[in-house]
Structures are given as structure tokens and as C-alpha cells.
Write a protein that binds this ligand. Sequence first.
Ligand code: APR
Length: 249
Amino acid sequence: MPNNLDNLIKKAAKALKRANYAITFTGAGISVESGIPPFRGPTGLWSKYSPTILDLYHFKDFPEESWPTIKEIFYDYWETAKPNPAHYGLAELETKGIIKEIITQNIDNLHQKAGSKRVHEFHGTLKTLTCMECYHNFKYDPILLKKLPASCPDCHGLLKPNFVFFSEAIPEQAKISSIEAIVKVDLILVIGTLGEVMPACQLPYLAKKTNNATIIEINIEESNFTRKITDIFLKGKAGEILPKILNFI
Ligand code: APR
């Protein structure tokens, strides 16, 4: 006997198949089953570390304090993390032409590792670093983090990972591509985000306001979106629900 969640999953799959321009908006929750902790909640990074370490001015003034923690909470996890069935499910939906693009708040590159092609990294990436003196860019290599704070191989200036720190602007290209996507959508699949952090969390509201887009949300618990704009709420783990949606596609 199908339970309510099964019926909702079927309804979500139908809406996805019918959509003209469906995209996905993801947060840390989609990578939890890949062993990467979320930011908030009892198991979140911010329950153990102060977000100050990711404030741009604090980083510039106290790099010897910020860098060891950045390595511990991001690069050490990232090196071994693998995509999970939710990431692969989205890549498959892209291949089937059902999901057109992904806007992610994540910096872990797991969407791309799973095969997704059109990914907008709204909060930047761990993949590259930039020197804050000579602005040379470097692809991530563990050697760069052997001695902390990480310094530029060319000028010994301070190296900064290319993800967005608090008090830092959203990368221009990612912002433009994301808004270009949002104005086209009639459906957004919102996965694993609390919807707390601005300006990223405004994107689903913008889609609802400008196009009356259908919002399908997957989360283990309600987020800030659920009672405001979500049309179909699928309560559960992304890595378990995405494969079930694919069964009906
Ligand atoms: N499947 C689906 N959702 C999950 C899962 C899971 N397996 N595990 C946790 N979640 C949900 C949580 O219930 C929560 O709503 O994922 C969400 C994670 O929320 P946050 O930790 O706040 O992460 P996110 O919304 O991505 O944070 C946004 O904040 O600190 C900054 O720059 C950082 O990009 C990040 C931004």
C-alpha cells in the first residue's frame, strides 16, 4: 500500500516530466551522505567552529588562525568525499533533459564529479586558490597546504581558496548565470538547504514571484522555504529520495 511519501514522489516526478524549464538549487544537505557535514544544526560545522574563521577580514588579519581550520573542515573532507545517489540522480535527470541547470551553494565539486555539466557555483569552489598579493590563480594541490597559512608559490603572498567568505561578494559569472536561469524556470527542485543565507536563499522566492514556479523540496526536516513557497515537500534523505523519483521518470 503506497504511503503518502510515495504518492508525493510520484506527483513530483510527474511535475518534473511536465516542466518546460526545471532546475535544481542545492545546499549542504545533499552532500551529508557523502560524509561532508552541514553548516547548521546539531551536527553542523557552526556548532563546533566559529563562523568568524570564514570572515574575509578575519582571514586577512589572522590567516594563521583561519587556515588550519579551513584545511580541517573543508580540504581534509573534500579530498576523500565521493558523490552519492542524489548527485548521480541529478546528473541522470540532466542527461534525460529534465533538469536543465544546477545552482549550488556547495563548494565541494560533487555535482561535477557525478557528471553534471551545467553547474553554477554560487558560493565559489575549493578547486582553485588565488594569491591576495599577485592575484595569480592556482589549481588545488595538497602541496600548497603543506605549510599553513598557505602562501603563493610565486610571491609568497597569502593564498585564499576561491570560495565565498562572509563579507565577500558572490562571484559575478555565477550570479549572472544563476539569475538568467531563475527567470526562465517553471520548476525548482530545492535540495538540502535551510534557506538561511543571503543572497542565495532569495533565488527560489524570485522564481516563485516572477514565474509562479513550482517548488519541490527534499529535506530531512522543514526549512525556511517549506511553509512559505514549497508546493511538494518530500521529507527524507536526498540520497534515498532522488533514486525513487527516477523510478517514475
Ligand atoms: N538530505 C536532505 N537534506 C538534508 C540531509 C540529507 N541527507 N541532511 C541534512 N539536510 C538538510 C538540513 O535539514 C538543513 O536544512 O540540509 C540543510 C543544511 O542546511 P545548512 O547546514 O544551513 O546548509 P546550507 O543551507 O547549504 O547553508 C548555506 O551557509 O555557511 C554558509 O556558505 C555556506 O553555502 C553555505 C550556506
